[in-house]
Design a protein around this ligand. Structure first.
Ligand SMILES: Nc1ncnc2c1ncn2[C@@H]1O[C@H](COP(=O)(O)OP(=O)(O)O)[C@@H](O)[C@H]1O
Ligand SMILES: [Mg+2]
Length: 267
């Protein structure tokens, strides 16, 4: 089997409907989605707000059990448990308020059984990379929203997961920090060979970082188009000045415009 094209994750007719709650009817949130996430690829996912992106990510992370269909990772069907070797950066701040920056970042590693020296080295490196060196002993309540999000990104990436899922991770960051974080993510992806699924509302970010960009329909979200970016593995944000980049974001915008109108009409 060719490692470059083998399936890491397989979505088979995955749909999800949230059950009715007090005052709310059932919500058809997602699908059906049929999709093969290739091993080692960097997939960007864009779609109108409320189209089911987070639901898709949570299904893959084992946090939502899809009402229909199945998801396989490495050929094994997941059934409501968080699969091993998966790292998730959530859309909302998920830092642990009772732990310092260093302890937040070390959290997953300490449960991994790695030697203490290795843990300390990785944590130091990640804290520095995220520009948090001066705040090692600070608690999340003493940090800005963007800094807390960087703590969460570091906490996930230090464990070097084989499958990295990120849900609009850079939303709270300013434009420059966003670019730098994107480049660090690319570097990590290249160095570790991980498979990455990045949900983002920034078309530029998806176009810049991904090998393929999946465009989702309005709710219930399906993949309406998968676009190969054609970028080399060794890439950075200087791509943004290329004419191909403009053509790609133009195409994404055209696709999303129509879907976003539909999504607005649903509200
Ligand atoms: N726990 C839930 N219970 C009921 N409805 C939900 C729940 N989570 C999300 N939804 C609804 O499902 C739809 C998709 O949500 P979500 O996956 O968060 O979309 P996105 O991440 O693309 O903005 C939305 O209409 C949202 O309101
Ligand atoms: Mg979301």
């Amino acid at each position: 089997m060719d490692a470059a094209t083998s399936a890491h994750v397989l979505f088979r007719a995955v749909s999800h409907t949230y059950a009715a709650r007090a005052g709310h009817g059932a919500v058809r949130a997602l699908g059906p989605v049929d999709f093969e996430l290739r091993r080692g690829e960097f997939l960007g996912v864009v779609g109108p707000s409320g189209c089911g992106k987070t639901t898709l990510l949570e299904a893959l992370a084992g946090l939502v059990v899809p009402s229909e269909g199945s998801i396989e990772i490495d050929g094994r069907r997941i059934a409501g448990e968080t699969p091993p070797s998966i790292g998730v950066v959530f859309q909302e701040d998920a830092s642990f308020p009772w732990l310092t920056v260093v302890d937040n970042v070390a959290f997953g590693l300490r449960r991994s059984g790695l030697p203490a020296g290795e843990i300390a080295a990785r944590v130091d490196h990640a804290v520095e990379l995220m520009g948090l060196s001066e705040f090692r002993a600070a608690y999340p309540s003493q940090l800005s929203g963007g800094m807390r999000q960087r703590v969460c990104i570091a906490r996930t990436l230090v464990t070097r997961p084989g499958l990295i899922l990120l849900d609009e991770p850079f939303g709270a960051l300013d434009q420059q920090t966003r670019l730098l974080m994107g480049e660090e993510l690319l570097k990590l992806w290249r160095d570790t060979g991980a498979t990455v699924m990045l949900i983002t509302h920034s078309l530029d970010e998806a176009a810049l970082l991904a090998d393929r960009v999946a465009v989702m329909s309005s709710r219930p979200g399906r993949f309406i188009e998968i676009i190969e970016t054609g970028w080399p593995r060794d890439r950075d944000s200087t791509l943004a000045s290329k004419p191909e980049f403009g053509a790609l974001t133009g195409r994404l915008w055209t696709l999303l415009r129509e879907e976003s109108r539909k999504a607005m009409a649903l509200k």
